[in-house]
Design a protein around this ligand. Sequence first.
Ligand SMILES: C[C@@](CO)(OP(=O)(O)O)[C@H](O)COP(=O)(O)OP(=O)(O)OC[C@H]1O[C@@H](n2ccc(N)nc2=O)[C@H](O)[C@@H]1O
Ligand SMILES: Nc1ncnc2c1ncn2[C@@H]1O[C@H](COP(=O)(O)OP(=O)(O)O)[C@@H](O)[C@H]1O
Length: 289
Amino acid sequence: MKLMVKAPAKINLSLDVLHKRLDGYHEVKMVMTTIDLADRIELSDREDGKIVIHSQNRFVPDDQRNLAYQAAQLLQKRYGVKKGVTISIDKMIPVAAGLAGGSSDAAATLRGLNQLWNLNLSMDTLAEIGAEIGSDVSFCVYGGTALATGRGEVVKHIEAPPNCWVILAKPEIGVSTADVYKNLQLGSVKHPDVDEMVRAIEEKDYHHMCQLVGNVLESVTLKMHPEVALIKEQMGRFGADAVLMSGSGPTVFGLVQYDSRMHRIYNGLRGFCDKVYAVRLLGERIPLD
Ligand SMILES: C[C@@](CO)(OP(=O)(O)O)[C@H](O)COP(=O)(O)OP(=O)(O)OC[C@H]1O[C@@H](n2ccc(N)nc2=O)[C@H](O)[C@@H]1O
Ligand SMILES: Nc1ncnc2c1ncn2[C@@H]1O[C@H](COP(=O)(O)OP(=O)(O)O)[C@@H](O)[C@H]1O
């Protein structure tokens, strides 16, 4: 049997880091939301028990390093599944970009295999399993919009943000999330007001939401890669209502409401930047297939 699943990217509208924990992770408080840029994943049953990854993208690992592979392996081991699976990843989300592409592939694999292998697990159980793969995987299991705390795996759902365009610009560099957290100097950062961001979203106050975007990891990545600051500047100049780096970067996103403004920014950035996209917010949770 075959199954297609979509794995949408996320952006962080607000990202604060509270402190470094004893386990080496950082305690975070962030608002995440899914966007209409998604990898497409095809899952095909195998009788030989093997997990096989196919992807045309040379940056996507085809072995145990792939987060989708890890998702399938965890389900096999935990639930004694004898079947295997071929996971074909049609990669649309840029890799190592701060958009949780790998985490979303893992989450989509969990949702899809739950169905393909008749496991009947709840979304909450899939999210718990996801947390073992990576901090962002739990959120990606549900999608939608959430306040994420802990190391990112404690997910509280909130309303979808007011709808708008999201323009994404990714320079031709990849960023290691671990390096960014390692270089973060918490004494000297400006903390965003995450609670106020949640309120603005729930009140569907687009302009207040735009005023509140903030990400403590931004200064770290900007120092490592000055081209990210240049993209931010360009997006602001072309008229985005809010401009912010997503996650650990290097992707910069801009928010706009009007189609005409979206086209102006999109066209202005193309040619200047490696990859540019204009997509809608998804905002709503992914139903259990
Ligand atoms: C920064 C964020 C924001 O959403 O996203 P990305 O930029 O990766 O998309 C996340 O916190 C990234 O989550 P994720 O990419 O799942 O991280 P993990 O695989 O769990 O961890 C990778 C490494 O980042 C560091 N890490 C991650 C999460 C966290 N709360 N504290 C940390 O210190 C650790 O060094 C860890 O070894
Ligand atoms: N399915 C996958 N898709 C993309 N990258 C993956 C995948 N599985 C593992 N990786 C590895 O994870 C790293 C981070 O990728 P990604 O999830 O795209 O970025 P980010 O954590 O910045 O959102 C990549 O460098 C890649 O080697």
